[in-house]
Design a protein around this ligand. Structure first.
Ligand code: NAD
Length: 485
């Protein structure tokens, strides 16, 4: 791939890097995949769809598209498993399965990481060092809770059957966020992965078989929005857990309103990363880069709005551009790649359109000049300066490697601008003053506030939003609440 065999920048970097690709031989791709229902892979009754590598547009596999009858079969299997086995099993026995799954994820970590990067387009460095270890950590962490639920404070009775729908940005990790607490509490699940990234969920189904998980405890139904709608609206689903866009989250909230279903929604975000003039600027630059270019910016809590105190604006922007010029865009399987492929043609189109709106609104675009491959879906790391709060690029989630830069003079102005968004998922603060960190954390309407760091995730820590970023928490003790009565 062009950008991984030469320097990826026009910033005058003197280095030429040799490619360091991870071998994909470890992944055993099947030409086609069925649904995982009641402990077995079964053919779907409906149609099938192709999942491709967004870096090359190569077709990776043909995947079954579950229709309503398939979803119904999966929910019935989950109900049976809940009533007969899983819901009655003592917590300490359930814990053994979760520990076993966690260990198998670790044992098969390389396979999972390569498959995730192939299907999603994210750099192998991230799938290997973040997605897969954090997914294993969630199973380890919730395994520990399974026999201690009486100490969590949310009761000990499982809800029953959980219908779970997840997005494509962290396919395995989002699965772990959903499946681990559900199983720890004694629920069974029907999970639908995103249509562009079904493969690690299907490999996880194999891991469930390898762990001897009783049939029906985990069911995986692949498909697009209609399959997801069939899962969340099924009458025999007791709990709906959704991660995805605010628009779809809203329609799900409407669909389940008035039913007895419990719901948690993890939706979009437009986080402010606020840099004060006393911040350690080099560290702040690393945090800004991590905040918006990690996972190509396909991160719900991405720091997509940079708020810089005016007095350090010029210096910070200079350093940021210099740092961005060293980012390597290219082959997701190359271990030196920092920024991989955009997950799909549709997402690339959305990023392009919103960026063009930024141009039309009068913001100034600066992008890293790099050799982008001619096949696949790519977008260079980009910043917009001269952005005002009214601009759409400051208000709407771009969900790509695009940063909008605004300025402020006083801490109060920073808070006002940071909170001026329909979302409330996360925020970052960069300053040397501890008292200011505490004051800002108190003022910011965001579920997670990072200080002098960004994008730190831990299984023990709850994550979730305010306002249009959704409701309910995942991770930590709080993550048990949605799965218990
Ligand atoms: P999306 O809402 O389009 O799709 C998410 C999932 O919902 C997919 O599996 C999709 O097939 C399914 N779906 C689509 N229509 C549905 C319907 N009517 N009923 C049920 N399911 C349906 O979102 P996306 O584009 O895949 O993901 C990106 C979005 O996810 C961004 O907005 C991002 O901020 C958000 N996200 C939020 C979090 C969080 O924790 N808050 C985490 C990751 C992603």
């Amino acid at each position: 791939m062009a950008s991984s065999t030469s320097t990826s920048t026009s910033g005058g970097s003197p280095f030429e890097y040799a490619p360091a690709p991870e071998s994909r031989a470890i992944v055993d791709l099947k030409p086609s995949y069925g649904l995982f229902v009641d402990g077995d892979f079964v053919d779907g009754r409906g149609r099938s769809f192709k999942t491709i590598s967004p870096a090359t547009e190569e077709v990776l596999a043909e995947v079954a598209e579950a229709d309503e009858a398939d979803v119904d079969a999966a929910v019935r299997a989950a109900r049976r498993a809940h009533t007969r086995v899983w819901g009655r099993m003592p917590g300490k026995e359930r814990a053994k399965y979760l520990f076993r799954i966690a260990r198998i994820i670790q044992e098969r970590a390389r396979e999972l990481a390569v498959l995730e990067s192939l299907d999603n387009g994210k750099p192998i460095r991230e799938s290997r060092d973040v997605d897969v270890p954090t997914a294993a950590a969630h199973f380890f962490y919730y395994a520990g809770w399974a026999d201690k639920l009486e100490y969590a404070g949310y009761g000990t009775t499982p809800v029953g059957v959980a219908g779970q729908v997840i997005p494509w940005n962290f396919p395995l990790l989002m699965l772990a966020w959903k499946v681990a607490p559900a199983l720890a509490c004694g629920n069974t699940v029907v999970l639908k992965p995103a249509e562009t990234t079904p493969l690690t969920a299907l490999l996880f189904a194999e891991i469930c078989q390898q762990a001897d998980l009783p049939p029906g405890v985990v069911n995986i139904v692949t498909g697009a929005g209609a399959t997801g709608a069939a899962v969340v609206s099924h009458d025999d689903v007791d709990k709906v857990a959704f991660t995805g866009s605010t628009g779809v989250g809203r329609s799900i909230a409407q669909a389940v309103a008035g039913t007895r279903k419990k719901v948690t929604l993890e939706l979009g975000g437009k986080a402010a990363n606020v840099v004060f003039d006393d911040a350690p600027l080099d560290q702040a630059v690393e945090g800004i880069v991590d905040g918006i270019f990690f996972n190509q910016g396909h991160v719900c809590c991405a720091g997509s709005r940079l708020l810089v105190q005016e007095s350090v604006y010029d210096e910070l922007l200079d350093r940021l551009k210099r740092r961005m010029s060293t980012l390597r865009v290219g082959d997701p399987l190359d271990k030196n790649t920092d920024v991989g492929a955009i997950n799909s043609g549709e997402q690339l189109q959305r990023i392009r359109e919103l960026s063009e709106v930024g141009d039309a609104e009068g913001a100034e675009r600066w992008e890293v000049a790099c050799d982008l491959p001619t096949t696949g879906f790519w977008f260079p790391p980009t910043i917009f300066t001269g952005v005002s709060q009214a601009h759409r690029i400051a208000r709407e989630e771009i969900f790509g490697p695009v940063l909008s830069v605004l300025t402020f003079r006083t801490p109060h102005e920073a808070v006002e601008k940071a909170n001026n968004t329909p979302y409330g998922l996360s925020a970052g603060i960069w300053t040397e003053k501890g008292s200011r960190i505490l004051w800002m954390a108190d003022q910011l309407r965001a579920g997670v506030v990072w200080a002098n760091t960004f994008n730190k995730f831990d299984a023990t820590s709850p994550f979730g939003g305010y306002k249009e970023s959704g409701y309910g928490r995942e991770g930590g003790r709080h993550g048990l609440e949605g799965y218990l009565r």
